[in-house]
Design a protein around this ligand. Structure first.
Ligand code: C2E
Ligand code: MG
Ligand code: MG
Ligand code: MG
Length: 282
């Protein structure tokens, strides 16, 4: 199960079990204080509307500023947080912080249409999550279409009745539901149609070597077709080269996200990025 999670993160290999065991010891005990001590931060990565080239929205990605170890990436601490049960607090914090930031941007006249927040499988076993989300939208005076919840395919695999009900309740509020990392898990296409999804994000492993990989192009073309026919927005992540962007434009992929446009940025740097871009367009 070799999977390159990118720079600053570790690669899964035979030793991934050992690494997880080490992280559990090293990070597990420190993790429970991160939220309360304000050591968790959200970075925001722009998503670009392929047709217009305008900002479609941002994805919020958690970063843990550890006092001794520096910036720890989610690929190291999310798994530990899931094991220790800390993920429930992290997910609620991420939702709240993203909504708070959106309200602040609104007040400052910085136009960010939507924010996407990643949630783990554990949240969809909790019937109180939809009401929590609805409460946040009220508190921060955001319409539900400003928020998207990203789920991974393992959520679909565990999709018992509770998961389905919670997802449906979130969707009923009017919040978007995105299937993240699509194509890497084991979910079936029939499940794709049974969940109330509004968006598919094609995993970046398909985009990695897109220019040269005709198989990846074939799969991506098919998924864009399926997604569009199902009325969903199709997003590609991991767009790094101009050539990849050009091909995805030709394929009419709805939204693109990747280092070509910007890396995940702290809120103030995202604001600068947006201002610079708007100045360039004017
Ligand atoms: P994801 O949701 O699929 O997020 C996309 C990941 O791809 C991010 O890694 C992002 O930095 C990276 N990325 C974006 N563009 C490019 C690119 O052009 N090239 C390459 N090589 N990588 C790119 P990150 O921030 O390390 O996050 C990793 C994963 O951790 C996320 O994958 C998401 O599943 C999870 N995660 C992040 N924040 C949270 C959170 O608050 N809660 C939960 N449950 N999971 C989170
Ligand atoms: Mg995501
Ligand atoms: Mg993804
Ligand atoms: Mg991922």
């Amino acid at each position: 199960q070799a999977k390159n999670e990118g720079r600053g993160t570790y690669k899964f290999a035979d030793s991934s079990k050992n690494r997880l065991a080490q992280d559990r010891l090293l990070l597990g005990s420190a993790l429970h204080e991160t939220v309360s001590k304000g050591l968790l931060h959200l970075y925001y990565q722009p998503q670009i509307d392929t047709m217009t080239g305008e900002l479609y929205g941002v994805e919020a990605l958690a970063r843990w500023h550890h006092p001794h170890l520096g910036n720890i990436f989610p690929s190291r601490f999310i798994a530990v947080a899931e094991e220790t049960g800390q993920i429930a607090a992290i997910g609620r914090w991420s939702l709240q912080e993203a909504c708070r930031q959106m309200a602040q941007w609104d007040r400052e006249g910085i136009h960010v249409p939507t924010v996407a927040v990643n949630l783990s499988a554990a949240h969809f076993g909790d019937h109180s999550v939809p009401e929590y989300i609805a409460g946040l939208l009220r508190t921060y005076d955001l319409t539900p279409d400003r928020l998207t919840v990203e789920i991974t395919e393992n959520v679909m695999m565990e999709s018992g009745k509770t998961t389905h009900d919670v997802l449906q309740a979130i969707r009923n509020i009017g919040v978007g539901l995105s299937m993240d990392d699509f194509g890497t898990g084991y979910s079936s296409l029939s499940r794709l149609t049974r969940l109330p999804l509004t968006e598919i994000k094609i995993d970046r492993s398909f985009i990695n070597d897109f220019e040269h990989d005709t198989n990846a192009q074939a799969v991506t073309t098919a998924v864009i077709g399926i997604g569009n026919r199902l009325g969903m927005t199709v997003v590609t992540e991991g767009v790094e080269t101009v050539q990849q962007r050009q091909l995805l434009e030709d394929l009419k992929c709805d939204v693109m996200q990747g280092y070509l446009f910007a890396k995940p940025l702290p809120a103030d740097e995202l604001e600068k990025w947006i201002r610079t871009r708007e100045a360039g367009e004017a």
